[in-house]
Design a binder for this molecule. Sequence first.
Ligand SMILES: Cc1ncc(C[n+]2csc(CCOP(=O)(O)OP(=O)(O)O)c2C)c(N)n1
Ligand SMILES: [Mg+2]
Length: 770
Amino acid sequence: MLKPVTTDIEALKILDDRLRWLSAWTIHHANHIRPSEDGLKVGGHQASCASMTAIMAALYFHALGPNDRVAVKPHAGPVLHAIHYLLGSQSREALERFRAFGGAQSYPSRTKDKIPVDFSTGSVGLGVAITLFASLVQDYLTGHEWLDEKDRGRFVALIGDAELDEGNIYEALIEGFKHDVRNLWWIVDYNRQSLDATSADRMFERFDEIFKSCGWRVMELRYGKRLQNVLAEYPNLKSWFEALPNAELSALHYQGGAAWRTRIQAELGKAAASFLKEYDDAALASLFTDLGGHCMETLVEAFDAAQDDVPTLFIAWTIKGFGLPFAGHKDNHAGLMNPTQLSALRDAMGVSEGSEWEPLEGIGDNARTGVEALLDRTRIAREKRSRSFGKVSIPAFPSPAGEEQSTQAAFGRILLDLSKAGGDLADRIVTTSPDVTVSTNLGAWVNQRGLFRRSETPDVFAKAKIASAQKWRGDNKGQHIELGIAESNLFLMLAAAGLSGDLFEERLFPIGTLYDPFIARGLDALNYACYQDARFILVATPSGITLGPEGGAHQSINPPLIALGQPGLRHYEPAFADELAAMMEEAFRLIDDPNGESTYLRLSTRSIIQEERSDDSWRAGALQGAYWLRHPGQTAEAAIVAMGAVMPEAKAAWEELKDDVPGLGLLAVTSPDLLHRNWIAAQAARWRGDRKPSHVEQLLSALPPQAGLVTMADAAPASLSWLGGVLGQRVAPLGVEKFGQTGALADLYAAYRLDGSAITEAVAELLLPA
Ligand SMILES: Cc1ncc(C[n+]2csc(CCOP(=O)(O)OP(=O)(O)O)c2C)c(N)n1
Ligand SMILES: [Mg+2]
């Protein structure tokens, strides 16, 4: 990490003001000046921006080096845009189109904003936690000798104080402590206001304790220099000030100097007489707003003092809406200045009417040289980082041998074979799991490749020669990152590792495993990973009621529907091991393809007889979402459409019914998600003149239009029932609609209508005249 440059405090203060002005103006322009096309409120957060312009000026124009990466509090997005505008890396047009189609995004977006955004933010808490996992990924890359010391950086999160209520922050904190995470700065904009109101006083000093107990250094920046000096002179005033509850303090900030005077007179009386004599009302108001997070000297000093790699929490006291007419008002979260208030701010900032967008408008010649020099010296990246795709060759994946296998066992075998064969891909895979490494069949891979630990950790059981199938040693070359049971952390780890190519220009191939039902536990973090276009493979196993005796709390029902609605994530659900091998190969390829995506593999512990293949004509269809396992006759009246672990029931029913239902087909679905989206894409393409039918349309047109489909999956029936809408064929959907329970497979399949007789009944239902 580079030493901070010596900086002109005066120039930083000017930039602080400039950021407050530009962020307020950008929001004002979007709401009051740009013509509204639809009458919808545009919105924006002038108060949340004003709260941290000094913090961000000190950070970006002084403290940050070129390798540092930042997650910005979502509603301070306009400040980040203003920073890049001053640096020349954001266009005026994008600011004029703030929150408009194609313009600067409301909350910083890695993928949609034109400026370099290290981490998207929006769902509060997640942006904070991902910086911790990104720091771990940096350590991982260094351990594996893919990242030089000189290219390492610090990971910074700019946090709202109410954001600290998000539980995922503490899940990450605990995991980070276990892994001895370093190089983090989390900076709290401690304005003591949330969206609804002022924050609870009872949490005061509790956050410090929580962080300290996890090995963090906590630096509280309560006072600016001026206020600190004055309060040192008047100890009784200081005690009074420090005892003010959050709500009272905010109200006084809003009310201003006269209110401070009345209150101090009433509560301190004579003891404060000499102090009050020194200050008129305006001076009083200004003095009490001199909190640490608004004082440039304090901020610069604090950042300069934290140059080692100890994770540091800065609690910077601020006022929400600092310098704006609604400063401190509890309702100011989405407050917008009216045109009169905006004009007053413009005049106070020395900006003349008509020159609002001029970056350094109104800054006198003397000061301007210093400001320009500081902007020139600023070390942050002005361009988006290159995304590093297509550098790793993906070998062909042979299917693991065995007449009878489960997809979960096959997954372990495929990884083990890949590990033994070695090569670039195998070396760049990083696996991770929230305490279900062994039970999701990653054990053999971990035995081969070891655990990742920043420092060497022996396998105590192995050393003591205690027999175990699992070798559990770790060092900084290990390739498995073991996590505690916190699924949100799993997805944030996958997000960070899946952005490795973007953040560090070194591609990793992350694979995370968990039990299928617990996807829901980390759903927002999964969505967050996809939103940023992180690339990874999610292996969810076991799944469905096929889990049998484990019972309803572990039997998943709706993840295929989640996947159906989740952009950036491709769902594959194989029945056979050879399908899984093809899917894994495809999933690795998609990670390293600029137009690729992440993959969700829904697997099962059920061991089933494998399909004997005469050729590999099934393969292309399996990768597109479905193929005819038993091709239908031209006049077929029905087809069975099945997915995943229930394929043996579908095959058996087909054998039994094929003579009574001539030409009966059996369609193996491997991805309802792909079938669905390609069907919709083909419809959109038709309007552009491309008349090619989608994969699912081609498959289903092998059947007559009046044919019926019996769909079945160990999942919510809606995963497949929509297939009737493709060509208008009738559907009898089978699947799981109620919570599962314990039981042997035959009992469960009978009870939940996934067995042969349910299929027969469903086919009969379709064939009977209405
Ligand atoms: C997960 C999530 N829940 C709710 C919101 C809506 N929201 C946005 S900002 C905010 C309040 C944030 O207060 P604070 O973190 O103190 O930030 P400030 O604006 O005061 O700086 C809320 C509830 C959100 N963005 N994300
Ligand atoms: Mg706040």
